[in-house]
Design a protein around this ligand. Structure first.
Ligand code: GCW
Length: 687
């Protein structure tokens, strides 16, 4: 009877949920209860905190909240305490972060007393791969928030200022305190005086919310912008130029964060062009920003076109320099040793450099994970990385701990996420892609949070119905059981599902080259360098498949500490999720399940397809609880994702059959599409 009533209520409510375009993300306005807010002093930031509380208070009507800026030794950096109606921090900004935390706790029903929260990393930074013409490298949420082309490209409008301010507020709500606003494939022009004028405007808009601006810089800027003949880092004129440029920037933007550099990687200029080293390059820039408290984030994403296993090259290039970088240089390391694949083991560089500051780089934008079409909650992937044990200082030396300063001293700690935001009205394209922005911020603040906790918070804030009756509200058990739990389950499975239908069992980099979207394990034009082609990674032939990274192969295993080295070297001990990352195995290799490797692979692809079909069902059942606009948006994308998953399964497995001639297990779905068709059609166009 109760369920019939619920159903009827649900039906009555369809259409009563106001359509939402997603702009407010997890900060949707709910009717507020009255609250008295007092502050220990006046400041712009504290006034903003007050406003947030008065406009969004969901707690007890008439409650009193005190904002207190007072030094407390237990509180670190931007951290805060919440206790007995007081939000205390060492800084105004800390109080603002505490305010957002209190609002979140009230909304999600978490305890609001005895809270002490300190950030895991000092610098929690988004990297925007935004080009100065407004396009984005692998951005799927519309055009750039910061740049556009045209005669008025450097004139700033009020609408832009508002958008930047909103962007900063959203970031502040999850503790993000920095943004690199241009692509790491950097245009030198960003350092020209007119562009710096615009950077100043952006910084002014984001500053009140504590979001400091950083720039990605092109190492050849002294030539391209400065008119010098060289960019040699040891040349006195070059040194002078960078110092003068830093001074110019800090005069305009006193709290400028620093530089991000992609040097000698994928065609970008760098110190090696002058037979100098990463140390020479990074230290030059570090010295230039040091007087102002700036930092240099120098990327370890380097790999030359040579015979060495690409997965080994960052360690080979950077290890010899351990201990030689200035203390305001942080080496920015992608989570995996290759390139943001659906699954990689952690980059061995995390477990190696002891005398160099290291920061993780995650990719929020879904370059390799279905872009803005697939629903993939990346928190699970980052959690997996942060919790991976490097054994750097013995057992328990997780990637989180070797980067957040708790195991080895670092003057600065930081974490970067390649942003997925753009001018789309919902910021990220896919409504669920916003969960990845959210998760990045939350993990940057607390790198021990679980994806379950993060999903819980995000769903509650993003979907709890506004102004509806109790049975549908987030405090109602129906909403919890019929909406939150299944949607959370879908999110938590989604990354594994993507791995399953794209590249399970340790396979990697099997994308069609131009778009990094659909399957392309066959892509290998003669003139393209080998490590940009999938066969380099899967090495499938008549006998078997996989990349031998043990001592009989590239020996990448030697870059991991014991006991990992032995685990990854031994095929019987290697976790199945990394099997073909480390081993080349015959098609009939017996898996722990008793199946052959080929059968196991087939079933994994099938499982991925089935999982996405389940997501469709879950979402269908969520209909009564979501406004129509967001419901249909997600539903449409899930249909496409299901079709894509099938294309992945059909494409990859039929391609491998051309080597092994093995049949599909009889109880799995036979292909719906021919290999020929899939190979001939750009994946993004397959319908
Ligand atoms: O994943 C690859 C991308 C490039 C990107 C590069 C990098 C910005 O395909 O587009 O360039 O990584 O991280 O530098």
């Amino acid at each position: 009877m109760k369920s019939i009533l619920t159903f009827i209520t649900a039906l009555l409510c369809i259409g009563t949920l106001k359509a939402e375009n997603g702009y407010d993300l997890w900060l949707r306005k709910q009717p507020a209860n009255p609250v008295n807010v007092t502050a220990s002093k006046h400041s712009t930031v504290l006034d903003m905190a007050k406003k947030e509380l008065t406009e969004n208070w969901q707690g007890k009507a008439g409650a009193t909240i005190k904002l207190l800026v007072k030094t407390d030794k237990e509180i670190k950096d931007d951290g805060f305490k919440i206790n007995a109606g007081t939000i205390q921090a060492n800084t105004d900004l800390g109080v603002l972060y505490g305010t957002f935390e209190l609002l979140r706790r009230v909304q999600t029903g978490a305890p609001t007393d005895n809270v002490l929260s300190n950030p895991s990393y000092q610098r929690r930074v988004l990297n925007h791969w935004d080009n100065l013409n407004g396009s984005m490298e692998h951005g799927f949420g519309g055009n750039s928030l910061f740049w556009h082309r045209g005669k008025d490209s450097l004139t700033v409008t009020d609408a832009e200022r508002k958008r930047w301010r909103d962007y900063a507020r959203i970031n502040a709500s999850i503790g993000i305190n920095g943004s690199v606003i241009d692509n790491v494939n950097a245009s030198p022009m960003v350092l020209s005086t007119p562009y710096l004028g615009k950077v100043k405007e952006i910084a002014a808009a984001t500053r009140p919310y504590g979001v400091r601006i950083y720039l990605a810089v092109n190492f050849a800027s002294p030539i391209k912008v400065g008119g010098l003949k060289t960019a040699d880092p040891l040349d006195p004129e070059v040194i002078k130029w960078w110092h003068a440029k830093a001074k110019e920037i800090y005069t305009l933007i006193p709290d400028f964060g620093g530089f991000l550099v992609k040097a000698n990687s994928e065609g970008q200029p760098g110190p090696q062009d002058y037979k100098r080293t990463h140390v020479d390059g990074a230290n030059l820039l570090a010295d230039a920003v040091k007087p102002y408290g700036g930092i240099v984030m120098w990327r370890a994403f380097v790999y030359a076109s040579n015979d060495a296993d690409r997965a080994k090259q960052a360690v080979t290039e950077f290890m010899p320099f351990d201990g030689q970088f200035r203390d305001n240089v942080i080496i920015q390391v992608k989570n995996g040793p290759v390139d943001f694949q659906p699954r990689e083991p952690f980059s061995p560089l995390f477990g190696m450099m002891k005398k160099t500051s290291i920061m993780p780089e995650f990719q929020i934008t879904q370059e390799y994970l279905g872009q803005a079409i697939h629903l993939v909650f990346l928190s699970s992937m980052w959690e997996e990385c942060l919790k991976s044990d490097t054994y750097q200082e013995g057992k328990g030396s997780t990637v989180g701990k070797v980067t957040d300063g708790s195991l080895l001293p670092q003057k600065y700690t930081a974490i970067a996420g390649v942003a997925n935001t753009g001018l789309d009205s919902n910021w990220c394209g896919h409504p669920f892609a916003a969960a990845n922005w959210y998760a990045f911020g939350r993990l940057a603040w607390n790198n021990t949070l679980t994806s379950d906790e993060i999903a819980n918070e995000w769903i509650t804030q993003t979907f709890s119905p506004i102004n509806t009756d109790q049975s549908l509200s987030s405090s109602g058990t129906d909403w919890h059981n019929a909406f939150l739990l299944p949607v959370k389950k879908m999110m938590l499975q989604s990354r594994e599902a993507a791995v399953n239908y794209m590249m399970p069992l340790g396979l990697h980099h099997m994308f069609s080259a131009s778009e990094h979207y659909g399957p392309g394990p066959w892509y290998a034009p003669p003139r393209v360098r080998a490590d940009w082609t999938p066969p380099y990674y899967h090495k499938a032939d008549a006998k078997g498949i996989g990349f031998d990274r043990t001592s009989t192969g590239s020996d990448a295993v030697s870059q991991y500490k014991e006991p990992l080295r032995s685990v990854f070297s031994d095929v019987t001990k290697t976790p199945e999720i990394y099997l073909l990352w480390f081993h080349h195995l015959p098609w009939d290799y017996k898996m722990k399940s008793g199946r052959t490797l080929w059968e196991a692979l087939c079933y994994k692809y099938q499982e991925g397809v089935n999982q996405v079909r389940d997501f469709q069902k879950i979402w269908a059942s969520a209909k009564p609880y979501v406004d129509n606009q967001r419901f249909l948006d997600v539903q449409t994308r899930l249909m496409r994702q299901t079709r894509d998953a099938q294309i992945w399964k059909d494409g990859v497995l039929q391609y491998f059959q051309t080597f092994n001639n093995l049949p599909f297990p009889p109880d799995m779905e036979q292909p719906m599409t021919t290999l020929k068709y899939i190979q001939a059609t750009p994946p993004i166009n397959i319908k």
